[in-house]
Design a protein around this ligand. Sequence first.
Ligand SMILES: Nc1ncnc2c1ncn2[C@@H]1O[C@H](COP(=O)(O)OP(=O)(O)OP(=O)(O)O)[C@@H](O)[C@H]1O
Ligand SMILES: CC(C)(CO)[C@@H](O)C(=O)[O-]
Ligand code: BAL
Length: 310
Amino acid sequence: MKELKVFRTCGELRAWRLEKYKSRGAQKVGFVPTMGALHDGHLKLILHAISEVGPEGSVVVSIFVNPTQFAPDEDFDVYPRTLDRDLEVLNSLDLQNMHELVVFAPSVKEMYPSLESISQVLEKGTFVNVVGLTEMLEGNVRPGFFRGVATVVSKLLVLVHPDIAVFGQKDVQQCFVVKRMALDMLFEPGVIKVVETYRDPVDGLALSSRNVYLTKEQRTHAPAMYRGLLLAKNLFLEKGVVASAQLIDCVLQELEKEGKEHFSVDYIKVSSSSDLSDVERIGPEGAIMSCAWRMGTTRLIDNILLGFSF
Ligand SMILES: Nc1ncnc2c1ncn2[C@@H]1O[C@H](COP(=O)(O)OP(=O)(O)OP(=O)(O)O)[C@@H](O)[C@H]1O
Ligand SMILES: CC(C)(CO)[C@@H](O)C(=O)[O-]
Ligand code: BAL
């Protein structure tokens, strides 16, 4: 079994990356950014990166709970931090088919050296902001969220300089935002790859680090949202229904059947595949149907693609 390399500082990661360029320039580097508390959804992204870089390649997995994407009333302080377990999970992967796996687990001070931008009171510091694409859906409910994501992802891309960086479709708006940021900030064309959502094989609930917050009862009700999304997808594909209101109603009916008191819905929307604005009818370019809801204090998201793919 090959040893994992674990770097805690930007300096160590930079030095490693420089060595890669110097030694064998043709080796590919894949990158999977995460906030840790690794689950099988993350592992799918890592396996995807491993298969893309090939046996000579390296994959960097970052584990960093990024303070700038959490609002003051969100769960930054209690977000699951399980680094030792995460390292065990990564160590147990079969690494025979690849050159090396690197974990980058920096401190907040490493990623935000002036510490200015992490202040929730001061509006100071350096940020990357994707204006447009970030104000609706998740951005409407979590103002500042995508500014934090775009900022940290651009820092990480600068450090790792990967050939490919892999993101999960579960966070569909994040995929749009990161792709646009990479395009506009002149990162390598095509560097951002999106991998489909990995779901519980039995009931289809999208795996998420936040699922651990669900009570047993909430967990049994949670998959109804995905069932609703699938029924809507079926209406679109089999019956040619393109009216957003009808598709949204189909999801709401499924929640009603499950008991709508279990779901506090933030939004269920059908959005344009070019700029994520609301659409009334789905055109030939397809659309994204996405939703966010709360079960008690836990907030979950999910989506399906209708006639569109990344
Ligand atoms: N079920 C999943 N299938 C595929 N990718 C996923 C899945 N869950 C998370 N990811 C992806 O993993 C990457 C890291 O996500 P993150 O560490 O925030 O995990 P998470 O489970 O989404 O956590 P949270 O519940 O806090 O949103 C992101 O690109 C995210 O889209
Ligand atoms: C991309 C990311 C690691 C940036 O902090 C985070 O938003 C996530 O885990 O999806
Ligand atoms: N998975 C996206 C990170 C977040 O929800 O904070």
